[in-house]
Design a binder for this molecule. Structure first.
Ligand code: NI
Length: 178
């Protein structure tokens, strides 16, 4: 298993729309495991394949405190939602700024997906887990949580990330980070 390279905003590949996975073969199983390892390495609670430049509909999530409850969702889809939206304070591994930003998300959703054993299942989820799944499904559609912010806030984040990307390029070049 290996830690994979993360893409950072405003990399254009983060805007790709990921394709449905038809075959859950060994490559997909390995990808799922590597995605989990990468998410834990970066201390994230969710990761979409899009953030690794991989054009496939697979996301991983773990919102547990002890990081021992991994969830891998293949072709996840929201099939039902309660209209009520509430505030969700979010960050993103592809936008690694200290500050978190509040946006609105559905409080409660019902999703369907496949697991690595190719089994279909449905799940009713709410609050943090629901926000997290919405955030990651957005990634698969090329949407970032900052798209929901005002133009002004978006621009500020863009400027911060412009500076940070320069730093990241420097750190990568000198092997301080992957
Ligand atoms: Ni994200």
């Amino acid at each position: 298993m290996s830690i994979m390279k993360l893409l950072y905003f405003p990399n254009n590949k983060l805007r790709m729309k990921a394709k449905y996975i038809k075959n859950i073969n060994n490559d997909i199983k390995l990808l799922g495991k590597n995605m989990l390892k990468t998410m834990y390495f970066y201390n994230g609670i969710g990761l979409a394949a899009t953030q690794l430049g991989i054009n496939k509909r697979i996301i991983v999530i773990d919102i547990s405190i002890n990081k021992n409850n991994p969830i891998i969702l293949i072709n996840p889809e929201i099939i039902k939602f309660n209209k009520l939206k509430i505030k969700s304070k979010e960050g993103c591994l592809s936008i690694p700024l200290k500050q978190k930003y509040s946006i609105l998300r559905y409080k409660k959703i019902k999703i369907k997906a496949k697991n690595l054993m190719n089994e279909n299942f449905e799940l009713e989820i709410s609050n943090l887990l629901s926000f997290c799944v919405q955030h990651e499904i957005d990634h698969l559609n090329g949407i970032l949580f900052i798209d929901y912010l005002s133009n002004l806030k978006f621009q500020r984040i863009y400027d911060k990330m412009y500076k940070l990307n320069k730093k990241i390029i420097f750190l990568k070049k000198h092997n301080y980070i992957k």
